[in-house]
Design a protein around this ligand. Structure first.
Ligand code: NDP
Length: 686
């Protein structure tokens, strides 16, 4: 087993720093023995922030999104190779192997996911364009374009004790991808696992210097050092969230604060479900899983179990029966299904919360004062029995008190709107699940719940096998909820990256916007140098390179032939009388796809060369109908160049504009091709 050092260290300005006052002891959740000591006493918080701003930030921002994504993937692979060490340390937090998977593999999986999204969904550049240019004048010489740039500050990440690995990586990955250096401050109770992972990250030398620093121990004066370009992403208690919201740096210096705090998440059983339905078992299993994974210490755990009155007894019995099969004890023991809470202090807190809940609810399963424990001492370790309560009608406490442990309360509803009202009494939650096989129930309840929740799971027999479950935040979906849940938003794919960036509306001429954005803007200069751009490699192509094609007159024979050949004999292309009555066409018109095909015939350069493939078109619009006798031609212009870092080719986006003999636009679209990075000699070139 990997040992933890006797005192944790912070990583500041490229060196490891040990608190100067000996530190506070951190106890093993299972044995009560001292694991290590933690302190940030004497840490130079000003130097920490300055290093992030002056060394880390510039180093990350020099890289493109794709280069940052490549590093995240390398990091994920590297950490994956050290998982056994992390699992061993994680046992001391009270986590079972299944709990550690959620934390450790979940964290590494989030890195992989952001690495892949960074490459697929962000440009190989350092800015992101938001939407299309907005024309602001009739002549097309004045446009607006929204643009995201990396903020020049630091991303401070203050995490709770319950997910020492995932909590760090799910915040670090989007911040890094966005071009920001991170300062990570883990919850002290489990900071030794975060420290172990950070040591591996630093040792790997994968991330640029200064892009990741660590504070073990109190956050001290860290927030005092922050200003307008900085942000704080916080997960933890509502109490600390309140302190941070009122911090002068947040109130007066524009520090962006994202909060993920208490959440009284619920699971609702639909009124359509009987004890015979598959959905009944799915519901019961879901509740028990959420009560026991991480011993219920999850911000997404189900605290309120909302069930229809007629079936309530059956639900209580079924959940209790399943809870009866949960073995509690030393997480290293193979037979144990639920480990310890993070600390004895946390157990006291949960016991207090259960007492508060008992004012309006009765315990129907479990004893907060006693639990049979396998392989450990029930008092030295922070063990607690799962506890199920059943609320009395009109109960208030289940909607107010968050027992951060293996505790849930059953609440009963009559008509379905009552279920929605009960859920809303939580005043905003991270997630709710609804178990129903009735689409009408799903529609009514989901629309009622959505304003109060960040994520909804609708579970039934059809999606159960693939469902990722109620409690799992996913990198591609938003994590965060309104109101009491903190009002923050994390993850959600590239949304979380953009949260770290500044959106700016840039106004100017097309040429200026092209220069600033690196993407050709309609109306910009087109470059005609006599060389067909299909003869140029990615290295030779420049934004604005254009081919202006010859023209071609479309005949009725062309239209008839295309209709017959493809089978597209829609009346507007084949039946003169019917076509004449069509309000848009007033007669036979060419197929839109014929126009696009003819356009390809006009702009193509047919010989083997650097263009390797056409992989699609975007934003295709047919603007003016083409009739027999009309003459069309095409302007094809390089709009965007995206070299792929892991291949010897890249993507070229071309602006295609098809016009007719009157210079009216017939069709506009983006052609997407793959082009070799460098010119290769081909057979025809000898
Ligand atoms: P805290 O809010 O006490 O701590 C969360 C993080 O904030 C820790 O890293 C903590 O550091 C840090 N912190 C504490 N005070 C300050 C401060 N003044 N300035 C800056 N940072 C600060 O929550 P805990 O993790 O201790 O959990 C307590 C309770 O919060 C739980 O019992 C549970 O009810 C709730 N909770 C809710 C979660 C959710 O997402 N819904 C997640 C985790 C907890 P340090 O550890 O060093 O004090």
């Amino acid at each position: 087993m990997r040992t933890v050092s006797t005192q944790l260290e912070s990583y500041v300005a490229g060196s490891w720093f040990r608190g100067t006052d000996g530190g506070e002891p951190v106890l093993d959740a299972v044995t009560g023995d001292e694991v290590t000591r933690v302190s940030s006493h004497g840490l130079d918080f000003a130097a920490l922030v300055t290093h992030a701003r002056q060394v880390g930030g510039p180093a990350v921002r020099r890289l493109t999104f794709h280069e940052r994504a490549t590093l995240l993937k390398e990091l994920a692979l590297h950490l994956g190779g050290h998982k056994d060490d992390f699992y061993a340390v994680s046992l001391r937090t009270g986590a079972t192997r299944r709990d550690s998977m959620v934390d450790i593999d979940g964290g590494i999986g989030t890195l992989f996911s952001y690495a892949s999204k960074g490459k697929r969904e962000l440009p190989n550049d350092t800015v992101v364009l938001d939407g299309a240019p907005e024309p602001l004048g009739k002549g097309g010489t004045f446009l607006g374009q929204h643009l995201y740039t990396s903020r020049t500050g630091v991303a401070v990440q203050i995490n709770a004790f319950n997910f020492p690995v995932w909590g760090m990586l799910e915040k670090l990955a989007p911040a890094f991808l966005a071009g920001l250096p991170s300062i990570v401050k883990p919850g002290s109770q489990t900071a030794y696992l975060t420290e172990a992972v950070v040591r591996q990250i630093i040792a790997s030398d994968i991330l640029p210097a200064g892009s990741l620093q660590l504070v073990c121990g109190s956050a001290g004066t860290l927030l005092d050092e922050l200003g307008e370009q900085d942000s704080v992403a916080f997960t933890g208690s509502a109490h600390t969230a309140e302190l941070l919201r009122n911090h002068p740096s947040v109130l007066h210096r524009g520090v962006r604060l994202g909060v993920e705090a208490d959440s009284l998440n619920c699971s609702i059983l639909g009124p359509d479900v009987t004890t015979q339905d598959e959905e009944f078992d799915l519901f019961v299993k879901g509740v028990v899983t959420e009560m026991t994974v991480k011993a219920g210490q999850k911000c997404t755990a189900i605290r309120r179990v909302i069930v229809p009155e007629p079936i309530a007894d059956a639900v209580v019995d079924a959940i209790s029966a399943r809870l009866g099969r949960i073995t509690v004890g030393d997480p290293a023991d193979q037979s144990v299904r639920m480990g310890a809470l993070a600390s004895l202090g946390q157990r006291d807190e949960v016991r207090k919360a259960i007492e508060a809940l008992r004012t309006s609810a009765e315990i129907v399963y479990g004893d907060p004062a006693h639990v049979d424990v396998v392989g450990a001492d029930a008092e030295r370790g922070a063990f607690l029995s799962p506890v199920l309560l059943r609320a009395r009608p009109g109960a208030a406490e289940p909607h107010e008190v968050e027992p951060f442990g293996p505790v849930s309360t059953v609440l009963i509803y009559g008509p379905v709107h009552e279920a929605i009202e009960l859920a809303a009494r939580g005043r905003g939650s991270l997630v709710a699940s609804l178990v129903t096989h009735d689409p009408q129930v799903a529609r009514e309840v989901a629309r009622g719940l959505a304003p109060w929740h960040g994520r909804l799971l609708i579970l039934d027999r059809d999606d159960a096998a693939e469902s990722t479950g109620h409690g799992s935040p996913l990198p591609m979906l938003v994590h965060g909820g309104p109101g009491r849940a903190g009002g923050g938003e994390e993850l959600g794919g590239t949304r979380a990256v953009l949260h770290h960036m500044q959106r700016t509306a840039v106004q100017g001429s097309p040429d200026m916007l092209t220069a600033i954005t690196g993407r050709w803007t309609t109306g910009s200069r087109r470059v005609l140098d006599g060389v067909h751009p299909f003869r140029k490699s990615l290295a030779e192509l420049r934004i604005g390179d254009t081919v202006e094609t010859a023209s071609r007159t479309v005949t009725r024979d062309d239209i008839d032939h295309f209709a017959e050949f493809t089978g597209d004999t829609f009346y507007a292309h084949t039946d003169p009388e019917a076509a004449a009555a069509n309000p848009f066409f007033g007669g036979i018109v060419a197929h839109g796809y014929l126009v696009v095909s003819l356009a390809a015939g006009l702009f193509v350069e047919p010989n083997p060369g650097p263009v390797l493939a056409n992989f699609g078109v975007d934003n295709l619009r047919f603007l003016t109908p083409v009739k027999a006798g009309d003459t069309i031609r095409v302007s094809l212009t390089v709009k965007q160049l995206t070299p792929r870092s892991s291949a010897d080719y890249g993507e070229v986006r071309w602006d295609a504009t098809v016009t007719n003999q009157d210079d009216e636009q017939v069709a506009t679209y983006d052609v997407l091709t793959l082009v070799a990075k460098t010119a290769t000699r081909t057979a025809t070139e000898g």
